[in-house]
Ligand binder design. Structure first.
Ligand SMILES: NC(=O)c1ccc[n+]([C@@H]2O[C@H](COP(=O)([O-])OP(=O)(O)OC[C@H]3O[C@@H](n4cnc5c(N)ncnc54)[C@H](O)[C@@H]3O)[C@@H](O)[C@H]2O)c1
Length: 368
């Protein structure tokens, strides 16, 4: 057994339930943690070169010394690896490394690595085992949990993908020491989302954080990671294939995706775009669902602390084009997540697109 027990959260599924282990420094115990699963098969770390240099070498050595047959596949960094070209290239490399049906992949990196590795694991040899070892805050609290993975095609982001769960998620908050500030804020955006849709205690913790001098190794941040992982696993356990409840995870995402697409996925991080999207959703919630004004003002005040980048003016035609292209649109009816109180999401099945645009435009005036 491990000298220091990790916090364990279980993602409960009809088949293939799996644990999320969280503890500072847990990477150092990875040999012990996975020992009982080592049946002399090949384990392959998939990691972008910068992350491999920071943490992969250490993990490689620990597993090597613990008797694992371990290989490394270094990949390029950045969203572009989530493509058919790189998918094929890395599948070939895995086969060259001797990967077979019994092999196990370890996705060490941010959400990009997790999505690509999960997609490879779900398709190579019709499915092999993999573990998520997320290193970005966004990946720790969101993308590594829930089994959704994808690659991008010209027609849009994440359009080709599968639902395929990992055997476990291993979260070491110490990885965050080296994470750039803008990526930390991106992750905080996804964390606060859980506060609005399912775990109001998150909002209380946020109000106590000192954003002028944020300590990423503080107990509050670790607590936020744990509550977020619990929140996501609760939702995924009830609705593993995004048919119903899981749609509430899209809170703030409809407008967020429009901002990301309009700025070419380059100027603003995903989490920050979602923060602005949540402001729009909260303002509409006040208009349509009588979310109290005080709650709205308070929420916008807290969300503004997470904004580092300005959002652009988006012409109405572009805004509506992106809006109707979103995956959450069915027969031109826009599914939009609102809240009628903090922690209580409501799925609106046919929101008026003009309200969304006008609210965005007014938010822009308010912020500038
Ligand atoms: N599958 C899902 O459910 C889901 C959910 C949300 C987002 N996503 C996907 O996740 C991706 C975004 O994830 P992301 O924000 O983690 O991006 P990312 O993986 O590109 O990581 C961001 C940057 O931070 C670096 N980085 C990561 N950890 C680091 C560390 N500890 N120290 C230093 N640098 C580090 C990465 O190398 C990269 O340059 C998108 O492709 C998105 O579509 C998937």
């Amino acid at each position: 057994m491990y000298s220091l027990k990790p916090e364990t959260i279980n993602v409960l599924l009809q088949q293939n339930s799996y644990p999320i282990w969280i503890r500072k420094g847990i990477r150092k115990s990875i040999g012990e943690l996975l020992k009982s699963l080592n049946k002399n098969q090949k384990w392959i770390i998939i990691s972008p070169t910068p992350i491999y240099n920071l943490y992969g070498k250490e993990i490689f050595q620990i597993l090597n010394q613990s008797g694992f047959k371990i290989e490394i596949l270094e990949i390029d960094d950045g969203e572009r690896v989530k493509s058919i070209y790189y998918f094929q290239k890395y599948c070939k490399k895995l086969i060259d490394l001797g990967c077979n049906r019994d092999s196990i992949l370890l996705a060490l990196g941010g959400g990009v690595t997790g999505d690509l590795c999960g997609f490879i694991a779900s398709t190579l040899f019709r499915g092999i085992s993999y573990y998520q070892i997320p290193t970005s805050l966004l990946a720790m609290v969101d993308s590594s949990i829930g089994g959704k993975n994808a690659i991008n095609i010209e027609e849009g982001k994440n359009l080709i993908g599968t639902f395929y769960h990992p055997d476990a998620v291993i979260i070491d908050p110490e990885f965050l020491i080296t994470l750039p500030e803008k990526e930390i804020y991106s992750g905080l955006g996804e964390i606060i989302k859980y506060g609005f849709i399912i775990s109001p205690e998150i909002i209380k913790i946020f109000k106590k954080l000192n954003f002028l001098n944020l300590d990423i190794q503080s107990n509050e941040i670790e607590q936020l990671i744990i509550i977020s992982a619990e929140s996501k696993s609760k939702i995924v356990s009830i609705d593993s294939s995004e048919k119903d409840l899981r749609r509430i995870l899209n809170f703030g995402h409809t407008t967020g995706h429009i901002i990301e697409a309009f700025t070419n996925y380059s100027k603003i991080t995903h989490g920050e775009a979602v923060v602005y999207g949540m402001m729009v959703a909260i303002k509409i919630s006040h208009k349509l669902l009588n979310l109290p004004k005080q709650v709205m003002d308070d929420s916008i005040y807290t969300l503004k602390k997470l904004c580092k980048t300005e959002i652009p003016f988006i012409p109405k035609t572009d805004f509506l084009n992106y809006l109707f292209r979103d995956k959450k649109v069915e027969s031109r009816q826009i599914n939009f997540i609102l809240i009628d109180e903090i922690g209580n999401p409501i799925i609106h099945n046919n929101i008026n697109p003009n309200i969304v645009y006008d609210t965005y435009k007014n938010l822009l005036k308010e912020i500038l």
